[in-house]
Design a protein. Structure first.
Length: 541
């Protein structure tokens, strides 16, 4: 959840985009038989004592000195005091809620303090403001001025065995800084393989070498251990210029050297890392695509299953109180008001699922809430609200809770747009639901398929239900797999529980939409699609 940009509401001044890299040392060890499994959550303060979660790093298993791979990108306003809070937790379960995980400490600061220091190390504090043992957090800030990225395809050959006859290798790429080596990228683990082929990946030149292709880069190859004591297979130093020489026919090859083996007679290396492709490409930003004519197509899906309760009862999530409020309406207003600015005609198709609908009382998992299949569009967010209010008395809340039909519906149109081979349309599906998914296998398959299309899915959970299924779909740490083993090409699901934001619709919209800019730009960039009307954009620097 760590991408996108948090823009201060109501501020029209130009912002500088800043990328934050997080690491910790000497964290408290809260696990009895292993080490803590830390994660860092970033909170932003919008007003008074109200904090909202902006994003999280990945969780790192069994590690008291984590270097987090995921980075936070924020808009920095020189003239504003932007209050931040970094909270570190030991993750003990699969729930989204962090309150049931062990707290390892936090710091509060301003974005200005981080930017002015470039690198800031602070002691972590517990809730009572006492030190969290010897735990510290280090935050590095870097202004984003260079939008170039390196696209890499990397494999290994004859890596050392670290356990009987195999290893589980992964790579870490480090940038040289004034204060030492800073983690730029960590690959996935390839299990049980001495000749691994890692998935193609992209690293910004800013993160990898500060834009200097001759600057030293350090690469460490490790054998993964579940207990966190990863075993170094070997290391080498190179530069982007050297890696660029590699091709599929003639890869750039680097021997992994293990310091412990250098004195051994006849020691050559601990395996070879092969760079089969390293290409520098200019990357367009979200605003480049929007200003260049890309349309965001916004579809809303509303949960009308029986678990919401009878809409005439004040206990129902669909009950509209005298002020015209319920959680469904609040979520529609908050998210819709932001995203409608990117849709030129502001006509939104809105569907319901899980209800018996007129005239025959049949259960439907994909019905237009205006009951007009030929024209399911509502004019603006006001039109969505009116259609929802008129729909409620006409349907009978039922079940089950099936997501796959509406995901596949939007994916059909995204697939049609994809065939044009242009960055002209991107589709966003907002699902507002009260909980458990009934067709999980079909939903997983639908999301994996949609991950290859210009499409994102936002799920807002209303009510007090168990949202563990939604958290599973929002696969921030590992890419989602379909039941038949297909892996999603990217993470396209963002889940947010509404109860965390009831008092602040601005914070809800910012948190829900935080990942969307990066999802849009990364899809089109990875498919080498430029903004449709490049005359309207300045192009990457």
């Amino acid at each position: 959840m760590a991408s996108g940009g948090a823009t201060a509401p109501g501020v029209t001044h130009l912002a500088t985009k800043v990328e934050l890299t997080i690491s910790c040392e000497n964290l408290l060890d809260m696990d009895v038989f292993s080490k803590s499994d830390p994660l860092c959550a970033l909170y932003l303060n919008t007003s008074g004592s109200h904090w909202y979660e902006y994003g999280r790093t990945e969780m790192i298993l069994n590690c008291l000195n984590p270097k987090f791979n995921k980075k936070f990108v924020l808009d920095y306003y020189f003239e504003m005091v932007q209050r931040l809070k970094f909270s570190v937790y030991d993750i003990d379960n699969n729930t989204y809620d962090l309150s049931d995980d062990d707290f390892l400490g936090e710091i509060e600061c301003t974005l200005g303090q981080i930017v002015s220091n470039k690198q800031m190390t602070r002691p972590l504090l517990l809730k009572n403001n006492k030190p969290a043992g010897r735990g510290t957090i280090t935050i590095c800030a870097e202004e984003i001025t260079d939008n170039r990225v390196a696209e890499l395809e990397v494999s290994g050959r004859k890596l050392d065995k670290k356990y009987l006859w195999w290893s589980d290798p992964f790579l870490e790429f480090y940038k040289q800084t004034e204060t030492g080596w800073q983690l730029a990228h960590r690959t996935e683990v390839v299990s049980n393989n001495l000749n691994p082929i890692w998935r193609p990946f992209r690293i910004s030149l800013r993160s990898l070498c500060g834009g200097d292709v001759e600057k030293p880069i350090k690469v460490d190859c490790y054998d993964f251990h579940f207990n966190g004591s990863h075993n170094l297979i070997g290391s080498f130093k190179t530069s982007l210029a050297e890696m660029q020489l590699g091709t599929h026919i003639s890869p750039a090859e680097f021997g992994c050297m293990n310091p412990k083996k250098l004195k051994k007679k006849n020691y050559k290396n601990s395996g070879v890392i092969c760079v089969k492709r390293c290409q520098i490409v200019k990357e367009y930003t979200f605003l480049d695509y929007i200003m260049g004519g890309c349309q965001i197509n916004f579809t809303i899906a509303i949960d009308f299953t029986g678990s919401n309760g009878d809409p005439s009862s004040p206990q129902s999530l669909h009950y509209i109180n005298p002020d015209g409020y319920n959680e469904y309406l609040a979520a529609i207003w908050a998210v819709g008001n932001v995203i409608q600015d990117y849709d030129s005609n502001k006509m939104f198709p809105v569907f319901g699922f899980g209800a018996k609908i007129p005239p025959n009382g049949q259960v439907s998992h994909e019905f237009p809430i205006n009951f007009n299949p030929a024209n399911p569009f509502c004019a603006g967010i006001e039109g969505v609200v009116q259609a929802y209010q008129m729909c409620l008395p006409q349907v009978n809340l039922w079940g089950p809770t099936n997501f796959a039909p509406i995901i596949n519906h939007v994916a059909y149109f995204a697939r049609q747009a994809c065939r044009q081979n242009k960055a002209s349309q991107y589709f966003v599906l907002l699902i507002i639901t009260d909980g458990v998914i009934t067709d999980m296998d079909l939903t997983r398959a639908a999301i994996v398929e949609a991950s290859r299309l210009p499409m994102s899915i936002i799920i807002v959970g209303v009510g007090k239900a168990d949202f563990s299924a939604m958290e599973f779909l929002d696969s921030d740490d590992t890419l989602l797999r379909s039941p038949n083993g297909d892996v999603a090409s990217r993470d396209i699901v963002q889940f947010v529980p509404f109860r965390n934001f009831q008092a602040n619709s601005v914070a809800l919209a910012q948190s829900v939409l935080a990942e969307l800019p990066d999802q849009v730009s990364s899809f089109f960039n990875s498919n080498k699609l430029k903004p449709p009307n490049q005359a309207n954009v300045s192009g990457p620097s």
